[in-house]
Design a protein around this ligand. Structure first.
Ligand code: GDP
Length: 477
Protein backbone atom coordinates (compact mmCIF):
# COMPACT_ATOMS: atom_id res chain seq x y z
CA UNK A 1 0.00 0.00 0.00
CA UNK A 2 1.73 3.15 -1.12
CA UNK A 3 1.20 6.84 -0.81
CA UNK A 4 3.34 8.81 -3.27
CA UNK A 5 6.81 7.36 -3.15
CA UNK A 6 6.50 6.25 0.45
CA UNK A 7 5.29 2.85 1.55
CA UNK A 8 2.83 3.27 4.33
CA UNK A 9 3.20 1.04 7.35
CA UNK A 10 -0.07 0.51 9.15
CA UNK A 11 0.26 2.83 12.08
CA UNK A 12 0.36 1.48 15.62
CA UNK A 13 -2.90 3.13 16.19
CA UNK A 14 -4.72 1.06 13.60
CA UNK A 15 -7.67 0.64 15.90
CA UNK A 16 -7.85 4.34 16.77
CA UNK A 17 -7.00 3.87 20.42
CA UNK A 18 -9.36 0.91 20.79
CA UNK A 19 -12.29 2.63 19.12
CA UNK A 20 -12.60 0.04 16.35
CA UNK A 21 -13.54 -3.58 16.80
CA UNK A 22 -11.04 -6.15 15.52
CA UNK A 23 -13.39 -8.77 14.06
CA UNK A 24 -13.62 -7.39 10.51
CA UNK A 25 -12.16 -8.70 7.29
CA UNK A 26 -9.69 -6.04 6.13
CA UNK A 27 -10.10 -6.44 2.38
CA UNK A 28 -13.85 -5.99 2.25
CA UNK A 29 -13.45 -2.50 3.69
CA UNK A 30 -9.93 -1.17 3.25
CA UNK A 31 -10.66 2.21 4.79
CA UNK A 32 -11.46 0.74 8.19
CA UNK A 33 -7.94 -0.19 9.19
CA UNK A 34 -5.93 1.71 6.56
CA UNK A 35 -7.30 5.15 7.21
CA UNK A 36 -5.07 5.85 10.20
CA UNK A 37 -2.06 5.35 7.93
CA UNK A 38 -2.96 8.49 5.96
CA UNK A 39 -3.28 10.74 8.97
CA UNK A 40 -1.23 11.69 11.93
CA UNK A 41 -2.44 9.86 15.04
CA UNK A 42 -5.23 11.83 16.61
CA UNK A 43 -4.18 13.74 19.73
CA UNK A 44 -7.62 12.90 21.14
CA UNK A 45 -7.85 9.45 22.68
CA UNK A 46 -11.20 7.82 23.38
CA UNK A 47 -11.92 7.16 27.05
CA UNK A 48 -11.78 3.57 28.29
CA UNK A 49 -15.41 3.98 29.23
CA UNK A 50 -16.36 4.86 25.65
CA UNK A 51 -14.40 1.90 24.29
CA UNK A 52 -16.16 -0.46 26.73
CA UNK A 53 -19.52 1.06 25.87
CA UNK A 54 -18.94 0.49 22.15
CA UNK A 55 -17.98 -3.13 22.75
CA UNK A 56 -21.14 -3.72 24.78
CA UNK A 57 -23.19 -1.91 22.13
CA UNK A 58 -21.79 -4.31 19.52
CA UNK A 59 -22.93 -7.27 21.63
CA UNK A 60 -26.39 -5.73 21.99
CA UNK A 61 -26.60 -5.07 18.25
CA UNK A 62 -25.58 -8.63 17.46
CA UNK A 63 -28.24 -9.95 19.82
CA UNK A 64 -31.05 -7.66 18.63
CA UNK A 65 -30.02 -7.01 15.02
CA UNK A 66 -31.75 -8.10 11.81
CA UNK A 67 -32.26 -11.83 11.43
CA UNK A 68 -32.26 -12.58 15.16
CA UNK A 69 -35.11 -14.07 17.16
CA UNK A 70 -35.12 -10.97 19.34
CA UNK A 71 -35.62 -8.76 16.28
CA UNK A 72 -38.50 -10.92 15.11
CA UNK A 73 -40.16 -10.76 18.53
CA UNK A 74 -39.74 -6.98 18.63
CA UNK A 75 -41.30 -6.50 15.19
CA UNK A 76 -44.35 -8.50 16.32
CA UNK A 77 -45.24 -5.63 18.63
CA UNK A 78 -45.49 -3.15 15.76
CA UNK A 79 -48.94 -1.76 15.15
CA UNK A 80 -50.20 -2.35 18.70
CA UNK A 81 -51.57 0.71 20.43
CA UNK A 82 -50.46 -0.48 23.82
CA UNK A 83 -47.53 -2.86 24.20
CA UNK A 84 -47.60 -3.26 27.97
CA UNK A 85 -49.00 -6.78 27.64
CA UNK A 86 -45.82 -7.86 25.85
CA UNK A 87 -43.87 -7.62 29.10
CA UNK A 88 -40.35 -6.21 29.29
CA UNK A 89 -38.80 -5.23 26.03
CA UNK A 90 -35.75 -7.33 25.40
CA UNK A 91 -34.62 -5.02 22.59
CA UNK A 92 -35.60 -1.47 21.75
CA UNK A 93 -34.73 0.28 18.51
CA UNK A 94 -34.22 3.63 16.88
CA UNK A 95 -34.68 3.67 13.13
CA UNK A 96 -32.80 6.44 11.30
CA UNK A 97 -34.02 7.83 7.99
CA UNK A 98 -31.66 9.76 5.65
CA UNK A 99 -32.85 13.33 5.04
CA UNK A 100 -31.32 16.27 3.11
CA UNK A 101 -27.71 16.31 1.89
CA UNK A 102 -25.07 13.71 2.68
CA UNK A 103 -23.46 15.64 5.50
CA UNK A 104 -26.78 16.44 7.16
CA UNK A 105 -27.25 12.69 7.15
CA UNK A 106 -23.87 11.98 8.72
CA UNK A 107 -24.52 14.56 11.44
CA UNK A 108 -27.98 13.26 12.29
CA UNK A 109 -26.83 9.65 12.20
CA UNK A 110 -24.06 10.34 14.73
CA UNK A 111 -26.65 12.10 16.92
CA UNK A 112 -29.04 9.16 16.67
CA UNK A 113 -26.24 6.71 17.40
CA UNK A 114 -25.25 8.62 20.53
CA UNK A 115 -28.90 8.64 21.58
CA UNK A 116 -28.97 4.86 21.05
CA UNK A 117 -25.85 4.44 23.22
CA UNK A 118 -27.39 6.54 25.97
CA UNK A 119 -30.73 4.78 25.95
CA UNK A 120 -29.56 1.24 25.22
CA UNK A 121 -31.33 1.08 21.89
CA UNK A 122 -30.20 -0.52 18.67
CA UNK A 123 -29.80 1.77 15.68
CA UNK A 124 -31.01 0.59 12.27
CA UNK A 125 -30.57 2.65 9.12
CA UNK A 126 -32.93 2.87 6.21
CA UNK A 127 -31.11 1.41 3.21
CA UNK A 128 -33.24 2.64 0.34
CA UNK A 129 -30.90 5.53 -0.37
CA UNK A 130 -27.22 5.19 -1.04
CA UNK A 131 -25.87 4.34 2.41
CA UNK A 132 -24.53 0.90 1.35
CA UNK A 133 -22.68 2.53 -1.60
CA UNK A 134 -21.01 4.98 0.75
CA UNK A 135 -20.27 3.22 4.02
CA UNK A 136 -19.21 -0.22 5.20
CA UNK A 137 -21.02 -1.95 8.03
CA UNK A 138 -19.76 -0.52 11.34
CA UNK A 139 -20.77 -3.30 13.74
CA UNK A 140 -19.14 -6.74 13.53
CA UNK A 141 -21.06 -9.91 12.62
CA UNK A 142 -24.41 -8.20 12.15
CA UNK A 143 -25.94 -5.44 10.03
CA UNK A 144 -27.06 -1.90 10.68
CA UNK A 145 -29.36 -1.91 7.64
CA UNK A 146 -33.06 -1.97 8.33
CA UNK A 147 -34.37 -5.14 6.62
CA UNK A 148 -36.42 -4.49 3.50
CA UNK A 149 -39.28 -6.53 4.95
CA UNK A 150 -39.49 -4.38 8.08
CA UNK A 151 -43.24 -4.27 8.82
CA UNK A 152 -43.44 -0.45 8.62
CA UNK A 153 -41.38 -0.13 5.41
CA UNK A 154 -44.31 1.13 3.40
CA UNK A 155 -45.17 3.76 5.98
CA UNK A 156 -41.71 5.21 6.56
CA UNK A 157 -42.01 7.81 3.81
CA UNK A 158 -45.32 9.00 5.16
CA UNK A 159 -43.96 9.78 8.62
CA UNK A 160 -44.17 13.52 8.94
CA UNK A 161 -45.64 16.15 11.24
CA UNK A 162 -49.16 15.32 10.14
CA UNK A 163 -48.81 11.62 10.87
CA UNK A 164 -50.86 10.31 13.78
CA UNK A 165 -47.73 8.69 15.27
CA UNK A 166 -45.69 11.87 15.24
CA UNK A 167 -44.71 12.51 18.87
CA UNK A 168 -44.96 16.32 18.61
CA UNK A 169 -48.37 16.11 17.00
CA UNK A 170 -49.59 13.68 19.62
CA UNK A 171 -48.42 16.03 22.36
CA UNK A 172 -50.17 18.91 20.65
CA UNK A 173 -53.39 16.91 20.44
CA UNK A 174 -53.06 15.68 24.04
CA UNK A 175 -52.96 12.16 22.66
CA UNK A 176 -50.07 11.01 24.86
CA UNK A 177 -51.19 9.15 27.90
CA UNK A 178 -48.43 7.83 30.09
CA UNK A 179 -50.40 4.71 30.95
CA UNK A 180 -50.48 3.36 27.39
CA UNK A 181 -47.27 2.66 25.53
CA UNK A 182 -47.50 2.68 21.73
CA UNK A 183 -45.34 0.24 19.78
CA UNK A 184 -43.72 3.02 17.78
CA UNK A 185 -43.46 6.78 17.48
CA UNK A 186 -42.06 9.12 14.86
CA UNK A 187 -39.69 11.90 16.00
CA UNK A 188 -39.29 15.02 13.88
CA UNK A 189 -36.03 16.90 14.56
CA UNK A 190 -35.58 19.42 11.77
CA UNK A 191 -34.50 23.03 11.45
CA UNK A 192 -38.17 24.03 11.38
CA UNK A 193 -39.61 21.56 13.89
CA UNK A 194 -42.32 22.89 16.19
CA UNK A 195 -42.06 23.51 19.94
CA UNK A 196 -43.97 20.31 20.56
CA UNK A 197 -41.43 18.30 18.54
CA UNK A 198 -38.62 19.87 20.53
CA UNK A 199 -40.14 18.44 23.72
CA UNK A 200 -38.05 15.42 22.76
CA UNK A 201 -35.20 17.17 24.58
CA UNK A 202 -37.08 17.41 27.88
CA UNK A 203 -36.35 15.12 30.81
CA UNK A 204 -39.96 14.05 31.43
CA UNK A 205 -40.54 13.24 27.78
CA UNK A 206 -37.44 11.08 27.72
CA UNK A 207 -38.80 9.06 30.63
CA UNK A 208 -41.88 8.28 28.54
CA UNK A 209 -40.07 7.75 25.24
CA UNK A 210 -37.73 5.28 26.92
CA UNK A 211 -40.62 2.84 27.20
CA UNK A 212 -41.57 2.91 23.52
CA UNK A 213 -39.89 -0.04 21.77
CA UNK A 214 -39.56 1.50 18.30
CA UNK A 215 -38.64 5.12 17.55
CA UNK A 216 -38.28 6.37 13.99
CA UNK A 217 -36.22 9.55 13.62
CA UNK A 218 -36.01 11.95 10.71
CA UNK A 219 -33.55 14.78 11.21
CA UNK A 220 -31.12 16.96 9.29
CA UNK A 221 -29.31 18.26 12.35
CA UNK A 222 -26.45 17.54 14.72
CA UNK A 223 -28.52 17.52 17.89
CA UNK A 224 -25.84 16.16 20.24
CA UNK A 225 -25.37 19.44 22.21
CA UNK A 226 -28.99 19.33 23.37
CA UNK A 227 -28.60 15.70 24.50
CA UNK A 228 -25.93 17.03 26.87
CA UNK A 229 -28.52 19.36 28.34
CA UNK A 230 -30.84 16.52 29.39
CA UNK A 231 -29.97 16.08 33.10
CA UNK A 232 -30.40 12.29 33.20
CA UNK A 233 -27.91 11.84 30.33
CA UNK A 234 -25.22 14.11 31.68
CA UNK A 235 -23.29 11.83 34.05
CA UNK A 236 -23.02 9.15 31.42
CA UNK A 237 -21.94 11.63 28.76
CA UNK A 238 -19.21 13.03 30.96
CA UNK A 239 -17.87 9.51 31.54
CA UNK A 240 -18.03 8.69 27.84
CA UNK A 241 -16.48 11.96 26.72
CA UNK A 242 -14.32 13.55 29.41
CA UNK A 243 -13.09 15.79 26.57
CA UNK A 244 -16.48 17.16 25.64
CA UNK A 245 -15.58 18.48 22.23
CA UNK A 246 -14.58 15.04 20.92
CA UNK A 247 -18.03 13.48 20.51
CA UNK A 248 -18.27 13.78 16.75
CA UNK A 249 -14.56 13.08 16.25
CA UNK A 250 -14.75 9.70 17.98
CA UNK A 251 -18.20 8.58 16.93
CA UNK A 252 -17.78 9.54 13.27
CA UNK A 253 -14.45 7.72 13.04
CA UNK A 254 -16.11 4.73 14.69
CA UNK A 255 -19.19 4.68 12.44
CA UNK A 256 -18.13 5.90 9.01
CA UNK A 257 -15.83 3.76 6.91
CA UNK A 258 -16.02 4.60 3.20
CA UNK A 259 -16.61 1.64 0.88
CA UNK A 260 -13.71 0.40 -1.24
CA UNK A 261 -14.98 2.38 -4.23
CA UNK A 262 -14.91 5.66 -2.29
CA UNK A 263 -11.66 4.71 -0.60
CA UNK A 264 -10.15 4.28 -4.08
CA UNK A 265 -11.14 7.86 -4.93
CA UNK A 266 -9.63 9.10 -1.66
CA UNK A 267 -6.31 7.30 -1.96
CA UNK A 268 -5.83 8.13 -5.66
CA UNK A 269 -6.28 11.83 -4.97
CA UNK A 270 -4.20 11.68 -1.82
CA UNK A 271 -1.32 9.91 -3.54
CA UNK A 272 -1.40 12.17 -6.56
CA UNK A 273 -1.72 15.53 -4.86
CA UNK A 274 -1.29 15.51 -1.11
CA UNK A 275 1.17 12.84 -0.03
CA UNK A 276 4.34 14.63 -1.21
CA UNK A 277 3.51 17.96 0.38
CA UNK A 278 5.24 19.27 3.49
CA UNK A 279 2.04 20.92 4.56
CA UNK A 280 -1.57 20.56 3.48
CA UNK A 281 -4.19 23.28 3.63
CA UNK A 282 -7.86 22.53 2.99
CA UNK A 283 -10.26 25.25 1.81
CA UNK A 284 -13.95 24.37 1.67
CA UNK A 285 -16.02 26.92 -0.20
CA UNK A 286 -19.79 26.72 0.06
CA UNK A 287 -21.74 29.56 -1.55
CA UNK A 288 -25.30 29.71 -0.23
CA UNK A 289 -26.46 32.79 -2.15
CA UNK A 290 -28.90 32.31 -4.99
CA UNK A 291 -27.74 32.05 -7.66
CA UNK A 292 -24.58 30.42 -6.29
CA UNK A 293 -21.36 30.45 -8.29
CA UNK A 294 -18.15 32.45 -8.57
CA UNK A 295 -18.13 35.86 -6.90
CA UNK A 296 -15.21 38.24 -6.66
CA UNK A 297 -16.11 39.22 -3.08
CA UNK A 298 -15.90 35.55 -2.01
CA UNK A 299 -12.51 35.22 -3.71
CA UNK A 300 -11.32 38.40 -1.94
CA UNK A 301 -12.56 37.03 1.35
CA UNK A 302 -10.72 33.72 0.91
CA UNK A 303 -7.47 35.52 0.14
CA UNK A 304 -7.89 37.98 2.94
CA UNK A 305 -8.58 35.20 5.48
CA UNK A 306 -5.79 32.87 4.38
CA UNK A 307 -3.17 35.62 4.18
CA UNK A 308 -4.14 37.34 7.41
CA UNK A 309 -4.04 34.03 9.28
CA UNK A 310 -0.72 33.16 7.56
CA UNK A 311 -2.19 30.07 5.94
CA UNK A 312 -1.08 31.21 2.49
CA UNK A 313 1.79 33.57 1.68
CA UNK A 314 1.36 37.11 0.33
CA UNK A 315 1.89 37.52 -3.39
CA UNK A 316 4.69 39.71 -4.63
CA UNK A 317 4.60 41.83 -7.78
CA UNK A 318 5.93 39.98 -10.84
CA UNK A 319 8.91 42.35 -10.94
CA UNK A 320 9.97 41.91 -7.32
CA UNK A 321 13.17 40.10 -6.61
CA UNK A 322 11.82 37.23 -4.57
CA UNK A 323 14.25 34.38 -4.53
CA UNK A 324 12.17 31.35 -5.24
CA UNK A 325 14.91 28.87 -4.67
CA UNK A 326 13.53 26.19 -6.93
CA UNK A 327 16.76 24.28 -7.31
CA UNK A 328 17.01 23.72 -3.59
CA UNK A 329 15.46 20.52 -2.24
CA UNK A 330 14.57 22.38 0.93
CA UNK A 331 11.88 24.45 -0.77
CA UNK A 332 8.66 23.82 1.09
CA UNK A 333 5.76 22.38 -0.86
CA UNK A 334 2.35 23.38 0.33
CA UNK A 335 -0.62 21.53 -1.17
CA UNK A 336 -3.88 23.43 -1.15
CA UNK A 337 -6.96 21.25 -1.49
CA UNK A 338 -9.99 23.26 -2.55
CA UNK A 339 -13.47 21.75 -2.44
CA UNK A 340 -16.40 23.57 -3.94
CA UNK A 341 -19.26 22.98 -6.30
CA UNK A 342 -17.65 25.72 -8.41
CA UNK A 343 -14.29 25.16 -10.11
CA UNK A 344 -13.45 28.86 -10.60
CA UNK A 345 -12.08 29.53 -7.09
CA UNK A 346 -9.31 26.97 -7.32
CA UNK A 347 -8.55 27.97 -10.94
CA UNK A 348 -7.97 31.57 -9.88
CA UNK A 349 -5.94 30.58 -6.85
CA UNK A 350 -3.77 28.28 -8.89
CA UNK A 351 -3.12 30.92 -11.54
CA UNK A 352 -2.30 33.52 -8.95
CA UNK A 353 0.47 31.45 -7.43
CA UNK A 354 1.76 30.38 -10.84
CA UNK A 355 1.80 33.84 -12.35
CA UNK A 356 3.33 35.69 -9.44
CA UNK A 357 6.07 34.95 -6.94
CA UNK A 358 5.18 34.91 -3.26
CA UNK A 359 7.13 36.30 -0.33
CA UNK A 360 7.67 33.01 1.49
CA UNK A 361 9.22 31.24 -1.46
CA UNK A 362 7.07 28.15 -0.82
CA UNK A 363 5.75 26.18 -3.77
CA UNK A 364 1.99 26.37 -3.66
CA UNK A 365 0.13 23.62 -5.49
CA UNK A 366 -3.62 24.05 -5.77
CA UNK A 367 -5.88 21.10 -6.44
CA UNK A 368 -9.64 20.63 -6.65
CA UNK A 369 -10.90 17.05 -7.02
CA UNK A 370 -14.27 17.93 -8.60
CA UNK A 371 -16.48 20.86 -9.56
CA UNK A 372 -19.97 19.42 -9.74
CA UNK A 373 -21.65 22.87 -10.15
CA UNK A 374 -24.91 21.85 -8.46
CA UNK A 375 -25.93 19.66 -5.58
CA UNK A 376 -27.28 16.29 -6.78
CA UNK A 377 -27.99 14.40 -3.57
CA UNK A 378 -28.84 10.70 -4.06
CA UNK A 379 -26.92 10.39 -7.33
CA UNK A 380 -24.51 7.66 -6.38
CA UNK A 381 -21.27 8.95 -7.90
CA UNK A 382 -22.00 12.55 -6.88
CA UNK A 383 -22.45 11.54 -3.24
CA UNK A 384 -19.40 9.31 -3.40
CA UNK A 385 -17.31 12.21 -4.69
CA UNK A 386 -18.64 14.46 -1.95
CA UNK A 387 -17.71 11.87 0.67
CA UNK A 388 -14.24 11.42 -0.83
CA UNK A 389 -13.70 15.18 -0.70
CA UNK A 390 -14.80 15.42 2.89
CA UNK A 391 -12.27 12.74 3.78
CA UNK A 392 -9.53 14.47 1.81
CA UNK A 393 -10.27 17.73 3.63
CA UNK A 394 -10.08 15.86 6.91
CA UNK A 395 -6.56 14.70 5.99
CA UNK A 396 -5.19 18.24 5.77
CA UNK A 397 -3.15 19.94 8.50
CA UNK A 398 -5.10 23.18 8.53
CA UNK A 399 -8.61 23.85 7.36
CA UNK A 400 -10.70 26.80 6.23
CA UNK A 401 -14.48 26.19 6.07
CA UNK A 402 -17.63 28.12 5.22
CA UNK A 403 -20.23 29.37 7.71
CA UNK A 404 -22.99 26.88 8.58
CA UNK A 405 -21.88 24.36 6.03
CA UNK A 406 -22.34 20.82 7.22
CA UNK A 407 -19.77 19.75 4.60
CA UNK A 408 -17.10 21.58 6.58
CA UNK A 409 -18.45 20.38 9.93
CA UNK A 410 -18.00 16.73 9.00
CA UNK A 411 -14.49 17.28 7.62
CA UNK A 412 -13.30 19.19 10.69
CA UNK A 413 -14.75 16.60 13.06
CA UNK A 414 -13.24 13.62 11.26
CA UNK A 415 -9.88 15.36 11.02
CA UNK A 416 -9.84 16.63 14.60
CA UNK A 417 -9.27 20.15 13.23
CA UNK A 418 -10.36 23.52 14.56
CA UNK A 419 -11.03 25.35 11.32
CA UNK A 420 -10.99 29.00 10.39
CA UNK A 421 -14.59 29.70 9.42
CA UNK A 422 -15.32 32.11 6.56
CA UNK A 423 -18.17 34.40 7.64
CA UNK A 424 -21.19 34.50 5.37
CA UNK A 425 -20.98 37.56 3.08
CA UNK A 426 -23.85 40.07 3.25
CA UNK A 427 -24.82 42.39 0.41
CA UNK A 428 -22.11 40.93 -1.80
CA UNK A 429 -19.32 42.42 0.28
CA UNK A 430 -16.41 40.47 1.74
CA UNK A 431 -16.93 40.52 5.52
CA UNK A 432 -14.38 42.16 7.79
CA UNK A 433 -12.92 40.27 9.58
CA UNK A 434 -13.16 37.64 6.87
CA UNK A 435 -13.03 34.60 9.15
CA UNK A 436 -12.93 33.41 12.74
CA UNK A 437 -11.09 30.52 14.37
CA UNK A 438 -13.48 27.86 15.69
CA UNK A 439 -13.61 27.33 19.47
CA UNK A 440 -13.79 23.58 19.03
CA UNK A 441 -13.89 20.98 16.29
CA UNK A 442 -17.49 20.02 17.10
CA UNK A 443 -20.27 20.69 14.57
CA UNK A 444 -22.88 23.29 15.42
CA UNK A 445 -26.48 22.31 16.28
CA UNK A 446 -27.76 25.02 13.96
CA UNK A 447 -31.31 25.06 15.31
CA UNK A 448 -31.00 24.08 18.94
CA UNK A 449 -34.15 24.56 21.05
CA UNK A 450 -33.26 27.68 23.03
CA UNK A 451 -36.51 28.59 24.73
CA UNK A 452 -38.09 25.36 25.97
CA UNK A 453 -37.26 23.16 28.94
CA UNK A 454 -33.52 23.66 28.35
CA UNK A 455 -33.52 27.47 28.35
CA UNK A 456 -32.15 27.82 31.90
CA UNK A 457 -29.56 25.07 31.56
CA UNK A 458 -28.11 26.59 28.38
CA UNK A 459 -27.20 29.75 30.26
CA UNK A 460 -25.28 27.96 33.01
CA UNK A 461 -23.74 25.02 31.15
CA UNK A 462 -19.98 25.33 30.83
CA UNK A 463 -19.79 22.86 27.97
CA UNK A 464 -22.13 24.45 25.42
CA UNK A 465 -21.68 27.83 23.72
CA UNK A 466 -23.39 29.69 20.94
CA UNK A 467 -21.69 28.84 17.65
CA UNK A 468 -19.12 31.20 16.13
CA UNK A 469 -20.78 31.04 12.73
CA UNK A 470 -24.43 30.86 13.76
CA UNK A 471 -25.31 32.80 16.87
CA UNK A 472 -28.54 30.93 17.55
CA UNK A 473 -26.89 27.53 17.28
CA UNK A 474 -25.20 25.62 20.08
CA UNK A 475 -21.99 23.65 20.11
CA UNK A 476 -19.94 21.65 22.57
CA UNK A 477 -16.65 23.22 23.58
P1 GDP B 1 -24.39 21.98 3.41
O1 GDP B 1 -25.49 22.46 2.52
O2 GDP B 1 -23.04 22.45 3.02
O3 GDP B 1 -24.70 22.19 4.86
O4 GDP B 1 -24.31 20.42 3.27
P2 GDP B 1 -25.45 19.40 2.79
O5 GDP B 1 -25.15 18.12 3.44
O6 GDP B 1 -26.81 19.95 2.97
O7 GDP B 1 -25.25 19.33 1.23
C1 GDP B 1 -24.10 19.56 0.63
C2 GDP B 1 -24.16 18.74 -0.62
O8 GDP B 1 -23.85 19.60 -1.72
C3 GDP B 1 -23.12 17.66 -0.62
O9 GDP B 1 -23.60 16.46 -0.13
C4 GDP B 1 -22.78 17.57 -2.08
O10 GDP B 1 -23.81 16.88 -2.72
C5 GDP B 1 -22.85 19.01 -2.51
N1 GDP B 1 -21.61 19.76 -2.26
C6 GDP B 1 -21.48 20.92 -1.58
N2 GDP B 1 -20.19 21.34 -1.58
C7 GDP B 1 -19.49 20.41 -2.27
C8 GDP B 1 -18.10 20.27 -2.60
O11 GDP B 1 -17.25 21.06 -2.24
N3 GDP B 1 -17.75 19.16 -3.32
C9 GDP B 1 -18.68 18.23 -3.70
N4 GDP B 1 -18.26 17.17 -4.40
N5 GDP B 1 -19.98 18.36 -3.43
C10 GDP B 1 -20.39 19.41 -2.70
Amino acid sequence: FTAGNKTIQPSDDKLLGGLLATEFDEKSCLSRYHQPSLRRPSPYKPSKYLVAKLRSYEILHKHCGPGTKAYKRATEQLGHNDVRSFGDHECRYVVWMPMFGLENRMLSLVSVFLYALLTERVVLVDQLNDIPDLFCEPFPETSWLLPLDFPLTNQLDSFNRKHSRCYGTMLKNHAINSTTIPSHLYLDIFHDSRDHDKMFFCEGDQAFLGKVPWLVVKSNLYFVPSLWLIPSFQDELIKLFPQKDTVFHHLARYLFHPTNQVWGMITRSYNAYLSRADERLGIQIRVFSKPAGYFQHVMDQILSCTQREKLLPELATPESQVTNNTSSTSTKLKAVLVTSLHPEYSDKLQNMFLERPNWSGEIIEVYQPSGEKVQQTDKKVHDQKALAEIYLLSLTDKLVTSTRSTFGYVAQGLGGLKPWILYEPRNRIAPDPPCVRAMSMEPCFLRAPLHGCQAKTIKISPFVRYCEDWTTGLKLV
